[in-house]
Write a new protein. Structure first.
Length: 172
């Protein structure tokens, strides 16, 4: 019923009548010059942190995130800007998202602006959405714009009214 295979025995020669694999005529493969491997998506870099003992005089600009704990005398532009409780900013702040826990003296422009209970802002806020927690200190004006990050053609000053409050009519 079962027989012992002789293939593994010493001195056994392979049967010459056994089928042999056909030789391949394929040339070695060369890489396709049009093929470019896709790199895995890059991980978002961590936020840059400006520590509480750091004092910067000058402007900061990044497409990433910044967490400020120290003092900055200059303008800041970022994607997400978090102002820590011990931070002081003297200049304009422009970011997609602005979270203010500390002090800003200057204009704030952001798609989303949030003043926490410890925030102190002295300046105008131009925003798409805003949240002001109870306890926040704010001196300035608030203006909603669909595109607060754009500065073209927007002066922020209201159009002057006609004398006596009458609507203006074009001269004929």
């Amino acid at each position: 019923m079962f027989s012992k295979s002789k293939i593994n025995e010493p001195g056994h020669k392979a049967d010459d009548t056994a089928p042999k694999p056909a030789p391949t005529s394929e040339a070695p493969r060369t890489p396709n010059p049009e093929f470019k491997p896709t790199a895995p998506p890059k991980a978002k870099p961590p936020a840059s942190v400006l520590s509480s003992d750091l004092h910067i005089t000058g402007n900061l600009r990044t497409t990433g995130d910044i967490n400020v704990e120290g003092t900055v005398e200059g303008d800041i532009r970022a994607h997400l800007l978090t102002i820590g409780e011990s931070a002081t900013i003297k200049g304009e702040v422009v970011a997609d998202d602005v979270v203010i826990n500390g002090r800003i003296v200057g204009r704030v422009r952001g798609l989303k602006v949030r003043l926490t209970a410890t925030a102190r802002v002295e300046g105008d806020i131009i925003h798409k959405t805003i949240a002001i927690e109870s306890g926040a200190h704010f001196e300035g004006s608030v203006q909603r714009q669909d595109d607060p990050l754009s500065t073209r053609g927007k002066t922020g000053a209201p159009k002057p009214a006609a004398p006596n409050g009458a609507p203006e009519t074009p001269a004929s």
